[in-house]
Design a binder for this molecule. Structure first.
Ligand SMILES: Cc1ncc(COP(=O)(O)O)c(C=O)c1O
Length: 397
């Protein structure tokens, strides 16, 4: 069977497939420590579950408006107004099956063959493949670990061509855990305004911040910036609701309407029950998120401190999200019984077989000299996994 060319351009989400491999090994009784999954280990808050139960019991189990129920859109508009000072009419908001789905609808509504999208690297795996799926070209803007993965004004300007349509801003970022300060965002906004670019601002980790870091939505930099920005967010990470699949986009009305039309012809509405649950999360989940972030912070410190003591490894302290992104280039001079380690993928494979620790190699994020380890797992599990990882690294000669 001849498949569409676009299907051959992409790979299955590497983070999801590594996490699935780790989970399958656990199911077979193999003692794997999973640092690969990109989701909070916390259970969804009780108040959110209660709202979902009430939705089921009251028969709120039918199709809803395809772009989401007004009640949830109003809760999102209220959140954006109160927390960010951003004003959106509910017609400027689309509720989707996760932030990933909002981003996909956006790529479909915006991109055509020949268009270019600037993606700061290292980047979250799906940005590149969603651009490719829509016949456009991802242009990677490489950022440096030494500069805290900040996007420089000149670096960004150098990536712009007459075909550049949009750029991605992801702060706090996956996989680096870096956050952009206001000056960085002002530089990005300046380039976007001068070259008429759409800004895709993925703010899914906005509430997971440490050491007093502050989240700035780039859309707050002025009405002219907001008019070309689509803010993407959701409830997955902040309220431990990855399985409920609720995300949203807020932005210019014509673009959101096009995205909503695409959604109406593809998935229709996200689950009616999950939408009611998301209202409860947005309206009453703040204290839950704060408690979770305090715990993530303890784990972050432990993980980064331990990684920095391992031979050949150095790790920046992330200021947001729940990932450590250690540089493992120092391991590439070493070898195990079957040969040398020359890439992050080889080191990840070695750690899985030798240490039974699942980590994500940096290659799919755009770096062959890093690993991504999630610390969204219990602190004892983290300590045990890092013991094993360190022992495996010390065996290398
Ligand atoms: C940067 C980033 N954006 C978006 C998503 C998608 O989140 P959702 O579960 O809302 O689809 C993820 C999930 O890992 C992510 O890391």
């Amino acid at each position: 069977m001849k498949l569409a060319a676009r299907a051959g351009r992409i790979v299955p989400s590497p983070t999801l497939s590594i996490a699935a491999t780790a989970k399958a090994m656990v199911a077979q009784g193999i003692d794997i420590i999973d640092f690969a999954s990109g989701e909070p280990d916390w259970d969804t808050p009780e108040s959110v579950k209660a709202a979902a139960e009430a939705a089921i019991r009251s028969g709120f189990t039918k199709y809803t408006a395809s772009a989401g129920i007004e009640e949830l859109k109003r809760a999102i508009a209220e959140k954006l107004a109160v927390e960010q000072g951003l004003r959106y009419d509910t017609s400027q908001i689309l509720v989707s099956c996760g932030a990933k789905h909002s981003l996909y609808n956006l790529a479909e509504a915006l991109l055509e063959a020949g268009d270019e999208v600037i993606i700061p690297a290292p980047f979250w795996v799906s940005y590149r493949d969603q651009v490719l799926l829509n016949d456009a070209t991802p242009v990677l803007l490489h950022t440096s670990e030494a500069d805290g993965y900040a996007v420089s004004h000149t670096g960004l300007e150098a990536c712009v061509t007459p075909r550049t349509k949009a750029m991605i801003v992801n702060s706090p970022g996956n996989p680096t855990g870096a956050t952009y300060d206001r000056a960085t965002l002002e530089g990005i906004a300046d380039v976007a305004l001068r070259h008429d670019l759409v800004i895709i601002s993925d703010e899914i980790y906005e509430k997971i911040l440490y050491d007093g870091a502050r989240h700035w939505s780039i859309a707050t930099l002025g009405p002219d910036v907001a008019a070309r920005t689509v803010v993407v967010n959701g409830v997955s990470k902040a309220y431990a609701m990855t399985g409920w699949r609720i995300g949203y986009a807020a932005g210019p009305k014509d673009l959101i309407t096009a995205m909503a039309n695409i959604q109406s012809q593809s998935t229709s509405n996200p689950s009616s029950i999950s939408q009611k649950a998301a209202v409860a999360a947005l309206q009453g989940g703040g204290a839950f998120t704060q408690r979770m972030v305090v715990e993530f912070d303890r784990r972050r410190r432990l993980m980064v401190e331990r990684l920095n003591k391992m031979p050949g490894v150095s790790c920046r302290m992330p200021s947001g999200a729940f990932y450590a992104f250690p540089n493992i280039a120092g391991v590439f001079t070493r070898r195990h019984q079957r040969g040398p380690i020359t890439s992050a993928a080889e080191l990840a494979a070695y750690l899985l077989t030798e240490a039974r620790v699942a980590v994500v190699p940096g290659e799919p994020f755009g770096s062959s000299s890093h690993l991504r380890l999630s610390y969204a797992t219990g602190i004892e599990v983290i300590a045990r996994g890092l013991d094993r990882m360190e022992a495996a690294l010390r065996q290398l000669t």
